[in-house]
Design a protein around this ligand. Sequence first.
Ligand code: UDP
Length: 475
Amino acid sequence: MAKTPNIAIIPSAGFTHLFPIIEFSKKLLQFHPDFHITCIIPILESLPSSSKSYLQSLPPNIHTVFLPPVHKHDMPQGVHRGAQVQLTITLSLPLIHHQLKSLNDSTTSSLVALITDCFAHEALDFAGEFDALSFMYLPYASMIFSLYFCNSTTKLEKEEKEEEGEEYYSPDSIKIPACVPVRGRGLTESLYDPLVLKQFFERAEKFRLIDGILLNTFLELEKETISGIYEEIKGNGIKTQLYPVGPITPAGSSTEENGSGSDCLRWLDQQEPKSVLYVSFGSGGTLSQAQMDELAIGLEQSGKKFLWVARPPSDDVSAAYLATMKDNPLDFLPEGFLERTKGQGLVVPMWAPQVPILRHGSVGGFLSHCGWNSSLESIVHGVPLLAWPLFAEQKMNAAFLTDVLKVALWPQSGGTVGREEIAKVVRMLMEGEEGKEARKRMEELRDAASNALEEEGGSSRRTLSEFAMNLRARA
Ligand code: UDP
């Protein structure tokens, strides 16, 4: 009997490094319904509840294997949060190898390819042993991938600096060969941590040694950067194939629409078309108490309708990745705010069904931390943005959305963004000329995104099909 072709996928810890690679796998299965996907899931401390509910609705040909959790006390003390994700993989490698070996030894299926999230790239070293193809999935803009080409330039600087007895690997010295000019607005701050930067360069080295890179972006969105990357690849004689296959965003499940999130969808049903500003900082973004107060009063003073996913404040901008709910989850809002804004807004604690919200006709703007998934979801639904980046690569995304694509407005800030500025920029987005222009461009991008994936001959559809054919040839 012929063996079932099996693709092993390895996400990394955290919801936003789990669902994008699985959504990609679902697209792949549309081309090859006879394939089987095995998703080997590394866990840092415990599986986030968002991941748990997401995994409940997988199709039967995606099988999950949960690895035993890795704990922070197993890591060196004081490791930057950005580095913990990749360290979780490093510590899980023996178990990942064990799982891959049993897939490879199976009498009913054959291991065709290994696809890992970028932070799980160390597992790609096993591909050769099992004669499987190796791919890295980057749930980021190609602009972020273009950072990988900094490697050679920076290495030279490293040698020069070392000769002069200086520290090497400074993010300030990074030159981005293929990237659109967004540097003025700041690179990702976590690169200033030596371990994060070291891991970054390991990923950058690895991509040259594997069969391909899958990027969650599309040609029409990042033409200049993608062409630049193709040039770099060709110019450096790199064999690795580049596959821009996006925008890959979740469809939004009926569980989300009917579960606890249904209250806010019902509330949206009662609002005027495009009248509501949706406010959310991704799966883990957090504001300080002072900033939370300014945002609350700013929203109130704007007079515009809002739907706000609010989390307990923290001075650590990514604190909510680890947060748990308190008894009264909204007691951190300014005194009397909820009563005063009863007819104007709805505040949802911790989590809301973002995709159904962005799809809803009453939503006319999105105040977002500009995580790449949120950015793509906004593009796919044609909703213009207010950029409010917090950490990681979000500033680069925000600069790209604001300065290059011109589909976002970015409030002025010299630290905490004040209530007057917030009220002004919210009105600007929701009713001003700048907002109308941004919406028009966002709607054009929405159509381009839909064409890239849905149309026969669309750029990402063609790329996906080519990728699927490469796998079939190997099966
Ligand atoms: N999300 C959601 N409900 C929330 C907050 C976030 O469904 O209340 C989803 C959102 O739709 C997106 C993801 O979580 O798919 C956040 O990913 P992103 O890359 O924007 O930010 P990150 O969480 O990585 O900072």
